[in-house]
Structure formats: structure tokens, C-alpha cells
Design a protein around this ligand. Structure first.
Ligand code: PAF
Length: 283
């Protein structure tokens, strides 16, 4: 695996790889876990070369969020990627990505506005900006993201369509189903912030989401089911619930009646200062 940290070295490395086949990019912020490695394995099925980026993107963190505390473990991550047969690791510095005088922002309206967009103002501008840059830098034919960040995936697909990004084409932005722990908790780099008791309580999130989906599918009023879900999470030890919402799976428009087409239940909730998100199909 080649590790590059400058744009010049990246261009040389990607040109060399592309000469013998397509590149699938897996953008990450590092602190890799089995969920990320699943993305890498899916990417390897789609293209002969897999490139992974590791960049903890300051632009997507609010000033009072966990940017400084966000786990950084480049040596460990690098060993994991090497073992997966990744061809290229792009690990730029913040100064490389946001040089002095950087003044451009990619802002996607509509799909980025509710849910996490409402509880984390500016977050999706930061995501869209850095992902547009990563696509331009690596110029992959395919890009692979986790469905755990369902709204993020919708924002990135919208951005790629709207900006006519040729590489990767919007239909080659691939979503991979969420990888879960044995008790159902979605894998996340932030799970490591949880104490033993908090980790036990966190398992209520997927469990109560499944229960809410069953109630909605059985015909219960959607708002009643969502309120019951929020109460059950607080009862189980969550500190607060940012949102629990039923939404159209593509447009993310909120639904307050049982869905006629593909829909998702999406939740963001906090245990102390740790914010967990999850989403599941409602079917
Ligand atoms: O999902 C993530 O890890 C990040 O939001 C991403 C897509 C790498 C952009 O920084």
C-alpha cells in the first residue's frame, strides 16, 4: 500500500493505478472499525484498485463538537488497510486540504436541511465541501459510503448530480448497509466514547427502533410511535433525543402517516455527550 500526504504524490499514485484499472474510493475520518473494513471489501468487489482517504475534516464539526477528541490512529488504521490489500492511502494534512485563504463552500439545500442538518448547523456544508474535494483529488470511478449516515449519502448523491461531477457519476456512489455489533448497535468510531453502562444502554437504540417500526407497520399513528420511541430511549438511559423521524428514503421529506413507498426511520440521540445516529428501512 502506498501512503501519500501531498497532492503531487497523490496525482502520480492515482495516474499509475488508473493505468491498470478503475479506482474505488472509500472516504473516511479514520479510527477504522469493522464497518469501514466492510466498505473497503465492497469497494474491492467493484474496482481493481481501492483508495482510502483518512482526514478528520474540521469543516464538518461545530466549534463545540468533538473535533479535538475525535480518535486519531493513523499507524493502526494503516496496518488494517494494508491487511485488506488497499492500494492507496490518502492522508492529507488540514493545511493541504484547506490552504491559507481557502474560501469556497459547497452547500446542498433540501436533503441537507432537516434531521442532522437541523441539529448540526453547517455540518453538511463541511461534508459536501470535503467530499467534492476528495472526488476532485483522487478522481475515483466509484465511491463507497456507509448507509449508517443515510442523510450524508443523500447529500453527496445530490451534490454529485448537481455539480455534474463526472467521476464518480452519481450512480456510482455506492451505499453499503450498516454493520452492527452483536446486540444491534451500529458500529461507529464514536462508540468508543461510551462507558460500560452507557454502552449497555446504547443497545436500546436499535432495539427500540425496531419496535417503533413494528408499531408503524401494524398501523399505529406515526407520531404516537415516534413519541413512544423517544420515551423508551430516555427510559433506557439516553440523555436526550435530537430527532426520531420517519422520512421518505430518497427525498428525506418527513412522513406522518404510514409510508406508501420506501421510507426510513432515522434517529439521533445522545448518551451524555456522545451523539449516536442510526436509521433503518420501514418495511
Ligand atoms: O462519513 C465520514 O466519515 C465523513 O463524513 C466523510 C464522508 C469521510 C467526510 O469527511
Amino acid at each position: 500500500m502506498q501512503t501519500v500526504t501531498t497532492l503531487d504524490a497523490l496525482r502520480d499514485a492515482t495516474a499509475q493505478l488508473r493505468a491498470s484499472g478503475e479506482i474505488a474510493l472509500v472516504p473516511t475520518m479514520g479510527a477504522l472499525h469493522e464497518g469501514h473494513l466492510t466498505l473497503v471489501r465492497e469497494a474491492a468487489k467493484l474496482a481493481p484498485h481501492v483508495a482510502v482517504s483518512i482526514f478528520v475534516n474540521p469543516a464538518q464539526f461545530d466549534p463545540n463538537e468533538d473535533l479535538d477528541a475525535y480518535p486519531r490512529q493513523l499507524a493502526e488504521d494503516s496496518a488494517l488497510l494494508e491487511a485488506e490489500g488497499v492500494a492507496l492511502l490518502w492522508a492529507p494534512s488540514a493545511a493541504q486540504v484547506y490552504p491559507q485563504g481557502f474560501a469556497t463552500k459547497v452547500s446542498v439545500s433540501g436533503v441537507s436541511e432537516g434531521l442532522c442538518g437541523a441539529s448540526r448547523p453547517g455540518h453538511f456544508d463541511g461534508v459536501a465541501t470535503v467530499v467534492a474535494k476528495l472526488f476532485n483529488q483522487v478522481q475515483p470511478e466509484i465511491a463507497v459510503f456507509g448507509e449508517k449516515d443515510w442523510q450524508q449519502l443523500a447529500v453527496i448523491r445530490r451534490m454529485a448530480r448537481d455539480l455534474d461531477l463526472t467521476l464518480p457519476l452519481a450512480d456510482r456512489i455506492v451505499g453499503v448497509p450498516t454493520v452492527r455489533e452483536a446486540d444491534g448497535l451500529a458500529m461507529s468510531s464514536r462508540n468508543r466514547y461510551l462507558s460500560h453502562n452507557e454502552r449497555t444502554a446504547a443497545a436500546a437504540l436499535p432495539r427500540e427502533m425496531k419496535a417503533a417500526i413494528a408499531r408503524i407497520m401494524a398501523g399505529e399513528n406515526v407520531n404516537t410511535a415516534l413519541n413512544a420511541l423517544e420515551s423508551a430511549l430516555i427510559e433506557a438511559g439516553f440523555t436526550s433525543v435530537d430527532y426520531a423521524a420517519l422520512a421518505d428514503a430518497d427525498s428525506l421529506e418527513l412522513l406522518n402517516t404510514a409510508p406508501a413507498g420506501p421510507a426510513r426511520l432515522l434517529v439521533a440521540a445522545r448518551i451524555s455527550s456522545t451523539r449516536l445516529i442510526d436509521n433503518m428501512p420501514v418495511e
